[in-house]
Design a protein around this ligand. Sequence first.
Ligand code: EPU
Length: 337
Amino acid sequence: MQILNNFSLKSYNTFGIEAKAKHFVSIKSIDDLKSVLSTDNYPEKFILGGGSNMLLTQDVNALVIHIDLKGIEIVEENDNYVEVKAYAGENWHSFVQWCLKHDFGGLENLSLIPGNVGSAPIQNIGAYGVELKDVFVSCETLEIGSLKTALFKFDDCRFGYRESIFKQEAKGKYIITSVTFLLTKKDHILNTKYGAIEAELQQMSVSNPSIQDISKAVIAIRQSKLPDPKEIGNSGSFFKNPVIHIEHFEEIKSNFPEIPSYFISESEVKVPAGWLIETAGFKGKTLGDYGIHKKQALVLVNYGNAKGSDIFDLAVLIQNTIYRIFKIEIEIEVNII
Ligand code: EPU
């Protein structure tokens, strides 16, 4: 285990922002993790996973601990189900592909999401009608203060839309070291109800889809709308989709009859932030090296050497404009560092 100084984080964040870690270490075992956490030499510590849900607006004046724990294990199985444990440093999409190769179902709709397994429960990643919580069993963690392991079961995690206990009370207190999923071995439950998937499957001329077909459809949809972080720096959806009261929604609808909506209760409506941002005129706008993606207004992008603070200022401008037009506060989903 080697501690490096003044280390560039550019290739460790999917936004591709140049920022320096005062100290940096890559961790490949729980023992190394415990030993680095117990040292007093570096009082400030910063935990880094896949770097896919953060915007670096400054250098990180701390020891950056990059969680690089690898491994995938079958914990338990019967004829119908399998419990699979993946270590935190496994790349999410590679893990999904591993499951599909073994014909284990449940994660196919979550194909091509950037980031690592260990970060997935923190924001309860979700796409195309499925959320991580739908297949989650538990996660093992290391409590930073005590260096004791702690198991979080489903109920402990208090999952919500892009939410969990790890963004609330447990924030900064635990490091997720592995996640266990319950997957199907046969009679897979296919989630094709999300409109774009059915249309994509039709285009692929697939009428009786397998989980592998669904993954291919999701990959095609994502590639057509969302920028690949290897080519254009980004952190996926920058904002959460806001939930508003029905009366507020009706008021907006009278001026904007085409507003898309998802009723989540009798009194609450979720509206796509992407639509709000597009309607406010931001879609595809560029300011030098950064801007708003041309195909999905919810995604802010770095075309080259943008500064995180500039992207953050743009995000605030978008928030203020949306508030001025619609009286809706849209919440930033990405962690601002
Ligand atoms: N829309 C617009 N303009 C845009 C973008 C979207 O009008 O620029 C409209 C679309 O026409 C559609 C609606 O907004 O009516 C929803 O769009 P989309 O299906 O693209 O989904 P989203 O709500 O914008 C969410 C997730 C994505 C996930 C997709 C698909 C959040 C914050 N984002 O986006 O997650 O891939 O659904 O399930 O919930 C991520 O979290 O990084 C992410 C990419």
